[in-house]
Design a protein around this ligand. Structure first.
Ligand code: BG6
Length: 281
């Protein structure tokens, strides 16, 4: 496979990264996890993604920050009542392979595939790929195809950590309807307006909104979503940050996760496919 002129490999951080530097943006993607670590458009030079200063980058645990890929389940165990199954599935802790890299007139396109799609808790035939387009905006497409004879059901998410200047100044726009609150035993509540943050926040919004904006001290980050049935919003706040070894105690102040997610799940019949896409501007 030939690397495009805008693309190179780098091994200086522990994990192998694909570095993209084209006329529109700089970005980096870890092969471990098929995990986007950074995206910085040249139009404003503002990094859109948050990466923990204490992220573990030796391939021994999922990377804290960037865009973890959650598949074949979102959250704990896909309703299988098996606590040994890894949270958010197992693709974020696999080594992926870059199978193509191409420069186009307005973006660079990378295509990655995971080492294997079967693992504990999921034994169906499935093909997964991630297509990342890096231009003035970035899009990331988690593609699932069922080439086998049996239908299978999955949940999944693009669990993006966005960089913000201060969580207390953030306002989210574009999410409405009801949400389930994990911090309150899944109590169902109406989405607040304005949507601001003052405590641990862990919410599954059953909202198919295709555009959410994150407003923070003059900056606006646009988050587009398609193929989802929900949007998940997460900030661990201080107490939980302190208990997390891969997040600095004050880390919660400069990140917010807005996740393009499938939490109800879908069934893929033989021969069918699904695209979960997030765009970031
Ligand atoms: C969110 C979940 O999507 O991910 C939270 O809603 C969870 O409950 C968070 O704490 C981080 O998960 P992890 O497995 O990366 O620590």
């Amino acid at each position: 496979m030939q690397l495009s002129p805008s693309t190179k490999f780098d091994n200086t951080l522990g994990v192998t990264r694909i570095l993209v530097d084209n006329p529109f943006a700089q970005a980096s993607v870890s092969l471990y996890g098929g995990h986007v670590l950074s995206f910085c458009p040249k139009s404003d030079g503002r990094e859109r993604l948050w990466l923990s200063k204490q992220a573990v980058l030796d391939g021994s645990k999922a990377i804290r920050g960037g865009i973890p890929v959650c598949w074949p389940w979102f959250s704990d165990s896909h309703g299988q009542d098996d606590v040994s199954l890894p949270a958010h599935g197992y693709l974020r802790t696999q080594t992926w392979q870059l199978i193509s890299s191409q420069d186009h007139h307005d973006h660079t396109e990378l295509k990655l595939v995971p080492a294997a799609t079967q693992g504990p808790g999921f034994s169906y035939e499935a093909e997964v790929s991630l297509v990342i387009k890096i231009g003035q905006t970035m899009s990331i497409d988690l593609h699932t195809h069922n080439p086998g004879p049996q239908p299978f059901a999955i949940t999944c998410a693009l669990h993006t950590y966005f960089a913000i200047s201060d969580i207390r100044s953030v306002e989210l726009k574009g999410i409405e309807g009801q949400y389930k609150d994990k911090t309150r035993n899944w109590q169902v509540s109406e989405t607040p307006a304005p949507y601001r943050f003052s405590e641990e926040t862990d919410r599954v919004h059953h909202c198919k909104s295709e555009q959410v904006t994150i407003h923070t001290e003059g900056d606006i980050t646009k988050v587009g979503s398609t193929g989802h049935d929900s949007l998940v919003v997460w900030n661990p706040w201080q107490e939980k940050s302190v208990t997390m070894g891969d997040m600095e105690d004050s880390g919660y102040q400069t990140m917010v996760c807005v996740e393009t997610a499938v939490t109800d799940g879908f069934t893929l019949a033989p021969g069918t496919e699904h695209h979960l896409i997030q765009t970031i501007a």
